[in-house]
Design a protein around this ligand. Structure first.
Ligand code: BYC
Length: 325
């Protein structure tokens, strides 16, 4: 439906302007906020950057759940820093979206009313400490695989936000892998916990890249505009190829009996995730959707006094400025 809306709007736009815009994209130029852009380009960016920002913010919840129960002081400090980084990523991304003419309040309202999505992965629970390792290793690993190419995305503010975010994500992935190494090389019980976490997070991590290319409604247009640089399936394949040797090093087994190296394609053949589960999760019916939205709604309500205080302070300052003039 959204893709149709983009198309019909695009037809009302000046073909010469559209062609000149596409030529700039094809030449690898960055598009900056005050420059002319097709309405569909602007809306697609707001949707993608907004969803990305919401994912960073909601993504704090499954890991935040373990800050108070981290096994050592060092692990607690590292996890705390990582979760704070995610908040920062959300803020850079909301700022990038704001340059397109949408406010952070509007984006938050769209999240809370269910009009905007956030990544499916954050609707799965983190049941124990090994899950924090699996999230860092697999979820941040998948996030980096998707975000490194986005550093070259055509919209300037998004691309620049991605450069900083990717540096931090790489530390996040390493901290997750480090937890997995400790657990997988630990006692038999710890190794079993690590395997169980891999079993539960493997397919949800593969789903992070979005539906298969044949079902991806936005990919073709987003790639023509260089909002996306790769297809969902290309990135999923690269993620599997990168992760399998990492699992082997840990002595863990990827929960896919059909996983095997395909010499001809130079990559692994692997089983697709259960796409009906994915579509249910993004419709709001995943294991933790209700809990995540309640937490975000509560945070928004609890922050009302602070937002109102800031506005009152701004009004007083501007009134004092006017009085002094
Ligand atoms: N979850 O046409 P498609 C992180 C939706 S957070 C939910 O392929 P597109 C981190 C899609 O929105 C990682 N929904 O879409 C944070 C569309 O629905 P609408 C977040 C999904 O946009 C804390 C429909 O399915 N990363 O790094 O071309 C701790 C059809 O899909 C998902 C980003 O957001 C999903 N997984 O491609 C740790 C990266 N997949 O909007 C880590 C930026 C698809 O029409 N985003 N949908 O209602 C992207 O690269 C692209 O938006 C996607 C999807 C590849 C995700």
């Amino acid at each position: 439906m959204y893709a149709q809306m983009v198309k019909s709007e695009a037809t009302n736009e000046d073909p010469a302007k559209l062609a000149a815009f596409q030529a700039r994209i094809d030449a690898g130029e960055k598009i900056e906020p005050k420059e002319w852009m097709p309405e569909g380009y602007r809306k697609t960016l707001i949707r993608q950057i907004g969803q990305h920002a919401h994912s960073e913010i909601v993504g704090q919840l499954p890991e935040g759940n373990w800050i108070t129960r981290a096994p050592t002081l060092e692990r607690k400090a590292i996890l705390l820093a990582k979760v704070q980084d995610e908040a920062g990523h959300g803020l850079y991304l909301y700022c990038a979206a704001e340059t397109l003419g949408v406010s952070r309040d509007e984006l938050t309202e769209a999240l809370l009313s269910g009009k905007m999505k956030y990544s499916s992965i954050f609707n799965y629970p983190t049941l124990n400490w090994a899950d924090i390792g699996a999230v860092g290793w697999l979820v941040d690993g998948a996030a980096i695989m998707n975000q490194v190419p986005l550093q070259r995305t055509s919209f300037g503010p998004y691309s620049r936000a991605m450069i900083r975010i990717c540096k931090e994500e790489s530390f996040h992935q390493r901290q997750g892998y480090d937890i997995m190494m400790k657990m997988a090389k630990g006692t038999p019980e710890q190794k079993a916990m690590a395997q169980d976490a891999l079993n539960r997070f493997w397919y949800p991590s593969l789903m992070m890249f979005g539906p298969s290319d044949k079902d991806s409604v936005h990919s073709a247009q987003s790639m023509a505009w260089k909002i996306k640089i790769n297809t969902n399936d290309e990135l999923r394949q690269k993620f599997v190829d990168q992760t399998v040797p990492q699992a082997e090093y840990l002595g863990l087994t990827i929960p896919d009996p059909d996983l095997r190296w395909n010499e001809e394609k130079g990559g692994y053949d692997f089983s697709e995730p259960d796409w009906s589960e994915f579509f249910e999760v993004i419709k709001g019916n995943g294991p933790c959707n209700a809990e995540r939205m309640e937490a975000r709604q509560k945070a928004w309500d609890d922050g009302a006094w602070f937002r109102e205080g800031l506005m009152a302070h701004a009004r007083k300052r501007s009134a004092a400025k006017v009085a002094a003039e």
